[in-house]
Design a protein around this ligand. Structure first.
Ligand code: C2E
Ligand code: CA
Ligand code: CA
Length: 772
């Protein structure tokens, strides 16, 4: 990640090398001393070269100084040039006017270079990217020396009467080369040199120096003026492998040797013996071309590697997870696609393990997100550490990882799942000081040439869901059973909208009976789906799909309308309007629309709100929005029952805070009545508390006379269950009660024994009222 910033970075600006505000005077001293030293050295070497010297390092030094410094300090640099140049010229006995002319040329030249670079967007004299280097070559190496050489050689021509064509070219080439060779070496100091092995560096330095020495220090008559081109491979080597930094410094070193040797009469150029200092000009032209080419090559390489680095960093960022450093979902899906494609070519199967880290939410909630992150990172590193060849792990969600296994079968995948489980299952100490042992739930699926990555992952997802349903820390395989379950679910999802419209989803009704009187309390309306291919689908299988696909409202109004319509028919048959109860999905309690739906359905059916019960599961009532909706329903006159009580929060406080009329005790508590003393205590306590809060109680799932006896003894108000009747069709329902609303037995279970006291209580009334 950090590598994205690893493009050449300013190592330190010149200003930070010295105390702020003191750069000017420091520059004055450094530039002055450097200027004086190099110019005197060059003049001494090139003596008696008339009309300018071969290489003018001062041109590069002064330009670099300007580019290093803020413009407010430029005056100090110009002052240093003026003092060193003027002083040197006068000391050599040149007339004042001539000295002033040369000084002007040497001040104007770097100034023109620096100002032009600034004007065209390369204020600091950057040598990369390539655009900046080309600007540098054009403005600083060509244009500025044209100006400087013109002023300087004009001075020489006027003072000494030398021919302009003899003076100007060497003057210009010397300045241009001074800038080309010296400025990049100094400017490169601001960038980090590319890290290379010591061996390669030593090899390049030794080899290039050796060849340079062989060419320039040997007796020049052995060589021709094209021999120096043997150095080109070394320039290329430097450019390709050592960047601008290495190239600039190697150029400087070769130039110093070549220039000194040629001035001293060694090497091929001196031997060529061109008259009037032209040997030097030939050398400089050679150096200018090779060095400029090498710098351009180095800049291009640096561009490429910068771009590559950025691309690599971006790619890493896009395909890896920040917290764990593991590959992410994007990476995984590419890898999975590739693996499945390989299956198509070479056969075999791919294993996908979807691992869910158990209890992460609890750790986040109790120890904070920092501890949660630590926990996850630890699990991630254990997963990574447990992998073998051909296995990849990716983090694909908050607490979900996928391990991809190439060339797998069911046995191998199961072994990997167990290995991962064991690797993770070691205690970890979380701050402030809590030891937690991580565990995984794993869903496993295999894919082959015919699978898509979506189907494999959704298979693993389905298996994971099953694993978690059976308790945490388990492994579940996506096999035939789950496959047909998933197929069913998919089909249910597809067929649902149509079934809601065409009457395939219909209602059955189950009576709830008042225990003390045997009178009908209400009919609970329960949904069924008669599916063309799958037959009768119970609500446990399709209601979750209804909710997951956002159809809860439609199911509810379908059931409500059917229920109220049946209620109207029953009223005509029985002479009174029996209450009906309709189940409400938890999701619907978030929206006041439910109140409108209920109100208009009641109005349409001409039913009174008091004859409608709505049953809501306990867990649905957690938030305040639910309370608002429930209160509005209650204000409408609708009566409310809390369903499946005891399976959720079982919070008495929440019971007290809501407008409930009835508590329905879940059948899980009723089933063990008469067998487990604890169940009796629990049911008794719930009944007592509900009564204390002013609510009535309904026992669900009453199947035996014994259960009914217990409930009677405990004071439970209403019972519902197979003992009285299974859910029946709308036409059967009214036959379960007489015109006084008393239960007369289930037509579908005629010989079911009735509980003693109910039988006696009902026996005489039955004789009088049985009028069907
Ligand atoms: P629930 O609301 O608790 O409904 C009672 C369930 O218990 C019904 O199952 C009923 O047939 C069953 N039952 C009744 N007496 C006995 C008994 O003595 N023994 C046993 N073992 N079971 C008994 P059903 O009809 O399969 O409904 C299951 C669940 O589906 C319902 O539980 C309810 O949560 C949901 N459901 C049914 N219809 C609808 C509906 O229209 N809308 C919504 N949202 N949910 C519905
Ligand atoms: Ca119910
Ligand atoms: Ca229930």
């Amino acid at each position: 990640m950090g590598s994205i910033q690893r493009t050449p970075r300013a190592r330190a600006s010149a200003a930070s090398w010295v105390t702020p505000g003191r750069e000017g005077p420091v520059a004055f001293v450094v530039v002055g001393a450097g200027y004086l030293t190099t110019t005197q050295l060059v003049l001494w070497l090139n003596e008696p070269a008339p009309g300018g010297s071969g290489l003018w390092p001062a041109a590069g030094l002064t330009l670099a100084a300007l580019l290093f410094l803020p413009t407010r300090s430029w005056g100090w640099v110009l002052a240093a040039i003026a003092v060193a140049e003027l002083g040197g010229d006068l000391a050599h006995g040149h007339p004042l006017g001539t000295s002033l002319g040369w000084t002007l040329g040497n001040c104007v030249e770097p100034l023109v270079g620096a100002v032009l670079l600034r004007r065209f967007g390369n204020a600091r004299g950057a040598l990369a990217p390539l655009r900046q280097l080309l600007l540098f070559l054009l403005l600083a190496v060509l244009v500025a020396p044209v100006v400087g050489a013109s002023i300087g050689s004009a001075t020489t021509v006027i003072s000494f009467g030398a021919p302009i064509l003899e003076v100007w070219p060497p003057y210009f080439v010397g300045d241009a080369l001074g800038v080309l060779i010296v400025a990049p070496a100094l400017l490169a100091l601001r960038t980090r040199p590319r890290r290379r092995r010591l061996g390669e560096t030593t090899a390049l330095v030794l080899a290039s120096l050796l060849v340079t020495a062989a060419i320039f220090l040997a007796d020049g008559s052995w060589w021709t003026t094209s021999t120096p081109y043997l150095l080109i491979p070394f320039f290329t080597w430097a450019a390709l492998r050592f960047g601008l930094h290495g190239t600039a410094w190697m150029s400087l070193a070769i130039t110093v040797i070549a220039n000194t040797a040629t001035a001293a009469g060694y090497g091929p150029f001196a031997a060529a013996g061109a008259p009037g200092g032209h040997a030097v000009t030939l050398l400089q032209t050679y150096l200018a071309i090779t060095v400029a080419s090498a710098l351009i090559l180095a800049a291009m390489v640096s561009d490429l590697s910068d771009r590559e680095q950025v691309e690599r960093a971006l790619h890493h960022q896009a395909t890896h997870d920040h917290l764990t450093g593991l590959p992410n979902r994007a990476y995984l899906s590419t890898a999975l696609d590739a693996a499945l494609t390989r299956c198509a070519v070479v056969g075999g199967r791919v294993g996908v393990l979807l691992c869910d880290v158990d209890r992460l939410k609890r750790i986040n909630d109790s120890l904070g997100h920092a501890a949660g992150d630590l926990y996850l990172a630890e699990v991630a590193s254990r997963l990574g550490g447990a992998l073998r060849r051909g296995e990849v792990v990716a983090r694909v969600g908050g607490d979900e990882f996928i391990v991809l296994i190439e060339d797998a079968d069911a046995g191998a995948v199961d072994a990997v799942a167990r290995r991962l489980m064991a690797a993770v299952n070691v205690p970890v100490l979380l701050p402030p000081n809590k030891e937690v042992t991580p565990s995984l739930s794993i869903g496993v699926a295999l894919g082959d040439a015919d699978s898509s990555s979506e189907t494999v992952i959704s298979g693993a997802d389905h298996a994971l869901y099953e694993a978690k349903k059976r308790g945490r820390g388990r492994i579940e395989h996506f096999g035939d059973r789950l496959r047909s379950q998933l197929r069913e679910r998919t089909q249910i999802e597809e067929d649902l909208p149509q079934a809601l419209g065409n009457g395939d989803i219909f209602c059955v009704h189950q009576p709830e009976i008042e225990i003390a009187t045997g009178a009908l309390f209400s009919f609970e309306t329960l949904a069924r789906w008669q599916h063309a291919e799958r037959g009768l689908i119970p609500p446990d299988r399709f209601v979750p799909v209804v909710e997951a696909t956002g159809h809860a409202d439609r199911l509810f109004s379908t059931v409500l309308h059917q229920s109220l319509a049946s209620q109207g028919l029953w009223a005509e048959q029985l002479g009174f309007r029996p209450a009906v109860a309709v189940n409400v999905s938890a999701l619907q309690l978030g929206d006041l629309e439910l109140v409108d739906t209920v109100g208009s359905a009641l109005a349409l059916a001409g039913a009174s709100s008091g004859s409608l019960w709505l049953e809501v599961t306990e867990t649905a009532t957690a938030d305040t929005a639910a309370l608002t909706v429930l209160s509005a329903l209650h204000d409408l006159g609708v009566r409310l029952a809390i369903d499946d009580f005891g399976t959720g929060w079982s919070s008495m406080a929440r019971l007290a805070g809501h407008p409930w009329d009835v508590v329905k005790l879940d059948r899980a508590f009723i089933a063990p009545l008469g067998q487990e003393p604890d169940a009796e205590h629990l049911v008794r306590a719930m009944i007592v508390m509900a009564h204390a809060l002013g609510m009535r109680t309904v026992a669900e799932g009453v199947e035996t006379p014994l259960q009914l006896e217990w409930l009677t003894e405990m004071g439970c108000d209403v019972a519902q269950g197979y003992l009285f009747s299974r859910p029946v069709s709308a036409s059967e329902a009214p036959r379960l009660v007489d015109t006084n609303g008393l239960w007369i037995g289930s037509s579908s279970t005629p010989d079911r024994p009735r509980p003693e006291h109910v039988r006696t209580r009902l026996s005489d009334e039955q004789g009088q009222t049985s009028s069907r």
